[in-house]
Structures are given as C-alpha cells and as structure tokens.
Design a protein. Sequence first.
Length: 317
Amino acid sequence: MAPNQCITFWDRPQTGQWRAVNRGFAGEFRPQARGHGFCRKPPRTAPFHSQTANMNKTHIALASALIASVSTLAHAADAAPAPAAPTPDWTVTANVSLASDYRFRGISQTDKRPAISGGFDVGHSSGFYVGNWNSNIDADFFQGGNVEMDFYGGYKGTISDFGYDLGAIYYYYPGSGRKPNAAVVKNTELYVGASYGPVSVKFYYPLSDFFNAENIYGGGNAGGSYYVDLSGAYDLGSGFGVVGHVGYQKLKGAAKLAEADGHVTKDYTDWKLGITYALPNNFVAAVSYIDTNRKYLGATGHKVSNATGVLSISKTF
C-alpha cells in the first residue's frame, strides 16, 4: 500500500425465523481513515563540493526514504482490519418452547394443557430449506398418538419488495391407530405463501385425505379441504412486538367438527392477537389471545376452541 493511499474500514454486517415461523437485516458503515506523510526538499549544494559528499547525502536520503516507507507500511498493516468472514451457504438453527397450551388453527391439541415443543431448521443461501418441529399432544384426541412430528421443506425468495414461499409439510402422529378401532392420523399439505413488509398470507391444500378423516369418521374422502392464514408482525421498539393472525378452515368430505350443542360444522374462522418481548440470550416471551367462531369439544368433553390466553417462552439457538 502506498504511504498516501486511503485505508477503508468495514463493519461486518449483522445477520438477523417460521415455524416463518415457519418460519434482520443489516447495514454497513464505511468510515475512512486517510493516510498522510510529508516530503523534504534536499538542500542545494555548492558546485565545488566533492562527489563523495554528494553520494553520502544521496545514500542518507535513500535510507531515510526506505525507513519512512517501511514505517508507513507497518502502521498500515497494524491499522488494516481483518477481512470479514464470508456469509455461509448453509445455516442451521434450533428452537425450543414451553407454552400453557398448544393451539393449531385455533383448536387446542393438548386438551388445554401445557406443551413442550422444539425443532430445527436447515437453510441454504439459494432459498431452499428443510425443517422439523415436534410437540406433545392429547392422545385421546389423536387416536392414541401423544406426539406430533412435522416435517417440511420448500423454497423461498423475494421479487422486488415481495416475498414468496413454496413448500410441503407432513404431519405425523406416532402411536396413533394402535388402539382397537383406532385409525392412523396423518396429513400432507402443499403450501404457497406471499409477503409484503410485515404482512403475509399462506394457502394450505392437502394432497390426500385431510388428516385421514375418511377412516376416522367415514363418509368419503376429505380431500379438497383447505386453510388460509393471514398474519402480521410489527416491531414496537424496546424489545416489544405485536403479532396478529386470522385464519379460515374449510372442511370437505368426511372432515367435520362437532360443537358442544351437537351441531356439526364444515368450516370455521380463528384469530389471534399477541405481544412478544425479546429477552437476552435469544429468549422470547409472549402472551396471546386466541379464539374461534365455534365451540368444539375435545375427546375428553372439554371445549377446545373457545377463547383463551396462552403464555409462552421460547429460545432459538
């Protein structure tokens, strides 16, 4: 590096999840430190000075210039920052959560009891991703299965200011169907989502019988059922955030849900409003209000879709 050449210092960008959520952006700052130096004009010599004296002065000048050059390079080397680490092609994150209830599309999956959940996500810089999420559930509600395991994968990216997400998710309930006259509970859905700013919408469509409803209830395949999820999140500052959600579930074929008064319904709407707070070490605390427009009964006779408050604390690794 030349003595008078400018040295540019770079701040490393900070990098910023879904089950989205399912499942941050960084800026960069470039101050500059300008190099500096000085030159000295050699004194004029008389014409009768000897050639030896002139050569001595030349040697001294060259030595001084060399020392100054080496010193400048040494200072430049000391001041130059280490190169920023390249952004990895692959990222792996994990999560764990404790909640007072596990609500899926507005309906309690734990018979209104606490849930422990967790999973992991693997993403590539190209936009492809895969992941897994697991939680305890109510065995009576799921034909003997007491664990839900979700496996998903897809591709997401952006076009201008819009985001998109395409993928599939498989819901697996190990242990379901082992009891007499019990059916295996499972479901596979395709999804397509779009986002703009803090708002997102996602459409889920089952590939086959919706949660194996035909084997559980009879009356025809439940293919064609679908779910629409409209969600949003907003940063309030000081670690606080607000989240909102409205969803609509349409049931077809054998899929159905019975309300407390015995009325059988084929669709319902659910909604959620919550406050989040970011704690140190990647912990997040949340309190949410969740409700639906139906009063469904669980396997134990509890109303599993009525209004409730859910407390949770989660951590991302």
